[in-house]
Design a protein around this ligand. Sequence first.
Ligand SMILES: Cc1cc2nc3c(=O)[nH]c(=O)nc-3n(C[C@H](O)[C@H](O)[C@H](O)COP(=O)(O)OP(=O)(O)OC[C@H]3O[C@@H](n4cnc5c(N)ncnc54)[C@H](O)[C@@H]3O)c2cc1C
Length: 417
Amino acid sequence: MSVLEVETLIIGGGQAGLAMSEHLSKRGAPHLIVERNRIAERWRSERWDSLVANGPAWHDRFPCRTFSGIDPDGFATKDQIVEYLVAYAEQIAAPIHCGVEVKALHKSDESGFRAETSLGVIEATNVVVATGPFQRPVVPTLVPAGTGIVQIHSASYRNPGQLPAGAVLVIGCGSSGAQIADELLRAGRRVHLSVGPHNRPPRRYRERDFVWWLGVLGEWDAKAVAPDTEHVTIAVSGANGGHTVDFRDLAARGITLLGRAESYRDGVIHFSPDLARNIARGDANYLSVLDAADAYVVQQGLDLPEEPLAREIAPDPPCLSNPVCELNPAAAGITSIIWATGYARDFGWVKIDAFDHKGHPLHQRGVSAVPGFYFLGLPWLSRRASAFIWGVWHDADYLAEHIAARNGSLQATASIR
Ligand SMILES: Cc1cc2nc3c(=O)[nH]c(=O)nc-3n(C[C@H](O)[C@H](O)[C@H](O)COP(=O)(O)OP(=O)(O)OC[C@H]3O[C@@H](n4cnc5c(N)ncnc54)[C@H](O)[C@@H]3O)c2cc1C
């Protein structure tokens, strides 16, 4: 079996791996990227057909490269994101080995780390694990298999035509669930949508996109939270030119809203009676962004037009006062369930003592306690922006600086010997 030696091994050829390469190159630090499939594979094969970026093209990109052929206020399609990342990879000088999977990663006394890959062994002084913030789709074992209902995760959803005829139950109201439910409704499907706690910032307010507001209000820089902090999903959409996600509007257009899915008994799905509370909480989050934006306008003396209509919340749809807490999918004609229920991590192949007892990576801004071992691209790695295309750029810069300093001190030690 061949053994390849490299100073820094980057595992993963998504935006995080590419950003890491860019920043190591700037510091003259030799490295190699391995990617088990193709560059930007998750955008190619784990996203639905009509998906567009959640943020406008001026924002959802690397700081050093714009999208060509897209209005900066427009939203890149998933194919344009793939093209963008592939073009980016093509101008990277470092070697990128696609089709090479790291099957196991060990600490090794001699070199630092030993990666057992599908192509042989790679020994590295430093390793950056950039295998994604969203690695393994989570499908709760709520509705048993064998009921005749097709059940897929949002990572496997492509388009309405993929689903059998009939009504659809979408579970989860983050950006994926809200967008997929909307798409199915527009395609003429009868849709039921299970809505849990969520934030739903305005798409635009006072002539600025919400990503701009989150930036000036310091929200993107909000610091990492403890691993066990309750995660509240965020519902935003760049679809159809971009719009505020408003569950009241979806209900008015015909979607049946339900609370959180809780259990399944005797052919009936049971939902929590929390729908009104979840919608109210989402509205409060929406209004709080408007309040913070208004305060910022005053504080900075900005000339941005007032937008009082944005504060008008539509009346409660009937499903809020009289929520459906039990649903017999067969009686409702439901033939498919789409679980838009998020992702878990999958670091089973990393045989290094850098995780807590629950399997959460242990690190400070991506720097683990194991010298030379780094994580990049995880949600909240250093701040809210860490899992997003432009946020990972800054985390990669920080890690590259750390790696360059470590390489420098290792070389200095070697020269003294
Ligand atoms: C539906 C959805 C929409 C999103 N929309 C946006 C958006 O609009 N804007 C935005 O900024 N962010 C968005 N994100 C968040 C984030 O930008 C993406 O998840 C992005 O793909 C993360 O890039 P990454 O490089 O960190 O990880 P990934 O894209 O997951 O890349 C990791 C790579 O590692 C490879 N890999 C994994 N394990 C191994 C191994 N053992 N050996 C070798 N290779 C391996 C994988 O094949 C993969 O290509 C979205 C996420 C989702 C799920």
